[in-house]
Design a protein around this ligand. Structure first.
Ligand SMILES: C[S@@+](CC[C@H](N)C(=O)[O-])C[C@H]1O[C@@H](n2cnc3c(N)ncnc32)[C@H](O)[C@@H]1O
Length: 503
C-alpha cells in the first residue's frame, strides 16, 4: 500500500474547555471527540466540575481513556478487559501500568465539589490555574448547564403550593455560571437546560428574561444553534434532538453565548439529519435478554414463562394476535452486538469491545412483567392502552387508576420500535415503567446500555456505580452525538476544520 506523503497542515493548539455541572460528561464527550485533519483534538478539557461522586468517577475514567486516545489513538487493552468484566476492578485499573498516567491526569482535571457561593474562592482558584497551565485565558470555552430540577415542568407541578420552592437554591445556581462568565470571560459558552426554563418564574418574574438580561450585562450575546441571525426569540433556543440523528425526542434549551467584541467567525447552525433514527436502529441489534422475576432469589424461568403466556393470552383475548415465542433463555452477555449502519453505528460501535457492557435486565415483579408483555404486544399491534384501559387482572391497585383525569395515566409506556424514543430522564433510575422494551418476547424495561444508546453514548463509555447511579447518570446527560454537532458549530467559529473521524 502506498504511504500518504501529502504534508499535513500543522495543528493549532487545542482550545481549552471547562465543563461545569458536568454530570457523566455527555456534553464533554461530544466536544472532546472532535479532531482536525492531523488527528489532533480541537478542544481539550482542562477542568470538569461535578458534585455527584459516582459521576465524578465516570468522568475520571473517561478522561483517562481520552488521554491514551490522544497519544496512541486507542485505549489500552486493560481498559477493554475492564469493560468485558462488566466493570470489575476499577481500583486495580487505576494503578495498572497501562492506565496510571491517564488517571493521574484525570485526577487533576475532574473536580468533585459543589459549586456555590461558599466554594467560589476554591473553584475560582482551580479555574484560574487550569487556564494558566493551558495558556488559554483569552480564547476558551465554557460548557454545561446549571441543574434543572427547579425549572422542570414535572418538578413544578409536583411542588405546587410548596413554600420552599421559590427559594430553591437551584434557581440561583445559574448565578455560579454567571460568576464564572464575569470573572473569567470565555469567548464562547454553551448552556443546556430544560424547556421549563423558558416559562419558569421566580419571585413573580420570568426567569428566562432575567437570565438573558444578566448575560447581556455580563457582556454576552445569545445565539441559537438552530435559527441563524442575532436576537433569537426564546423558542429558537429549543433543540429537538430527533432532528439531528438522535434516536430520542429530547427537547432542551441550549444557549450559545458569544462574548461581545470577539473576532470569532459568525456561528453557523446545526444541519438537520436526512432521516430520523429509530429505537429499533439504536437498540435492535443488542442481545436479547430475559428479565428476572423479582425477588431475585425466587427467580425462575418457569415463573417468567407463566407470566409471559398469561400476558399474551390477555392481549390476544382483547382482540390481538400473538407473536412467535423464540426460546431466549437467560442473559447472553458475551454475544457481540449487532451492526448498526450509518453515522450512528460509526459513533456507537467499537470493534475492540467484542461484546456489550451494562446490558442486564432489572428484576420485575410478576405483575409488572405481565403488564410489560401485554403492553409491548399491544404496541406491536399499533395500540397504546393507558393505565385506565388495562384489563382488570393488570390494572394497578390504585384508587384512581381508572380516573382519566388522574396524573400520569401513561405511566406505563412502551418505546415504539419505528420511532425515536421518548426523553430518557433520570427518573429511569427509579423505575422502568416508562421505558418498556418494544419486544414483547423480552418483557422488560430498558437496560442501562439501551438507555445509553438512546442517549448516543458510545458502547465503550462506562458509567461507574451501582445500576441506580448508572441510570441516573445516563438520564442526566446531553446526548454526546448531539454535543459533537454543537461542538462543530463552535469549532467553526474558531476557524477550526473538523475531520469526520473521532478521537
Ligand atoms: C443535567 S446534569 C449535567 C449533564 C451534563 N451536562 C452532561 O451532558 O452529561 C447536572 C449535573 O449537575 C450536578 N450538580 C448539581 N448541583 C451541583 C453543584 N452545586 N455543583 C456541581 N455540580 C452540581 C448534578 O450532580 C448533575 O450531575
Amino acid at each position: 500500500m502506498l504511504q500518504d506523503t501529502t504534508p499535513k497542515e500543522p495543528s493549532a493548539m487545542p482550545i481549552p474547555l471547562i465543563d461545569v455541572f458536568a454530570g457523566p460528561g455527555g456534553l464533554n464527550e461530544g466536544f472532546s471527540s472532535l479532531i482536525d485533519a492531523a488527528g489532533e483534538p480541537i478542544f481539550q478539557t482542562v477542568a470538569s466540575f461535578e458534585l455527584d461522586p459516582w459521576a465524578c468517577e465516570t468522568l475520571k475514567l473517561r478522561s483517562a481513556v481520552r488521554h491514551y486516545r490522544r497519544i496512541d489513538r486507542v485505549a489500552p487493552s486493560s481498559y477493554y478487559e475492564f469493560l468485558r468484566s462488566g466493570g470489575r476492578g476499577l481500583a486495580d485499573l487505576k494503578v495498572h501500568s497501562e492506565m496510571a498516567v491517564g488517571f493521574k491526569e484525570a485526577e487533576s482535571e475532574v473536580v468533585c465539589m459543589a459549586l456555590g457561593p461558599q466554594t467560589r474562592p476554591e473553584s475560582d482558584h482551580i479555574i484560574e490555574s487550569a487556564l494558566q497551565r493551558h495558556g488559554g485565558k483569552d480564547d476558551w470555552v465554557l460548557i454545561g448547564g446549571p441543574p434543572c430540577q427547579a425549572y422542570s415542568l414535572a418538578g413544578r407541578s409536583r411542588r405546587k403550593g410548596d413554600p420552599t420552592f421559590a427559594d430553591d437554591h437551584k434557581h440561583v445556581l445559574y448565578k455560579e455560571y454567571l460568576a464564572i462568565l464575569e470573572r473569567f470571560r470565555p469567548s464562547v459558552f454553551v448552556m443546556e437546560n430544560v424547556k421549563g426554563m423558558l416559562s419558569s418564574k421566580h419571585a413573580g418574574g420570568a426567569i428566562f428574561q432575567s437570565i438573558r438580561d444578566d448575560l447581556s450585562s455580563a457582556g454576552y450575546d445569545l445565539r441559537s444553534f438552530v435559527i441563524p441571525g442575532s436576537d433569537p426569540s426564546p423558542s429558537d433556543f429549543i433543540i429537538r434532538s430527533e432532528n439531528y440523528g438522535i434516536p430520542q425526542r429530547r427537547h432542551r434549551v441550549i444557549l450559545l453565548g458569544v462574548r461581545h467584541g470577539t473576532t470569532l467567525d459568525s456561528a453557523g447552525v446545526l444541519e438537520e439529519a436526512m432521516a430520523p433514527v429509530t429505537v429499533e436502529q439504536a437498540i435492535g441489534g443488542l442481545p436479547r435478554i430475559r428479565s428476572m422475576v423479582s425477588p431475585r432469589n425466587r427467580d425462575s424461568e418457569v415463573e417468567w414463562r407463566r407470566a409471559r403466556d398469561t400476558a399474551w393470552l390477555i392481549a390476544g383475548r382483547s382482540g390481538g394476535r400473538t407473536a412467535p415465542t423464540p426460546d431466549i433463555g437467560a442473559a447472553y452477555l458475551d454475544e457481540p452486538a449487532g451492526d448498526i449502519v450509518g453515522e450512528l453505528g460509526d459513533w456507537l460501535l467499537d470493534d475492540r469491545l467484542g461484546g456489550v457492557t451494562l446490558h442486564e435486565s432489572r428484576a420485575h415483579m410478576t405483575k409488572d412483567l405481565m403488564r410489560y408483555g401485554y403492553l409491548a404486544q399491544k404496541a406491536v399491534m399499533g395500540e397504546r392502552p393507558k393505565l385506565g384501559d388495562l384489563p382488570d387482572e393488570l390494572v394497578p391497585n390504585h384508587k384512581n387508576a381508572r380516573d382519566v383525569n388522574a396524573p400520569f395515566t401513561d405511566r406505563f409506556r412502551v418505546q415504539v420500535s419505528g420511532q425515536a424514543s421518548t426523553t430518557v430522564v433520570s427518573h429511569i433510575s427509579k423505575d422502568g415503567h416508562y421505558y418498556i422494551h418494544p419486544d414483547p418476547v423480552q418483557m422488560r424495561s430498558l437496560s442501562v446500555r439501551e438507555a445509553a444508546r438512546l442517549q448516543t453514548f458510545p458502547d465503550d463509555y462506562f458509567f461507574v456505580g451501582g445500576r441506580t447511579q448508572q441510570y441516573h447518570q445516563v438520564g442526566n446527560a446531553v446526548p454526546p452525538l448531539l454535543a459533537r454537532q454543537l461542538g462543530e458549530v463552535v469549532a467553526r467559529m474558531f476557524g477550526r476544520k473538523v475531520d469526520t473521524q473521532r478521537l
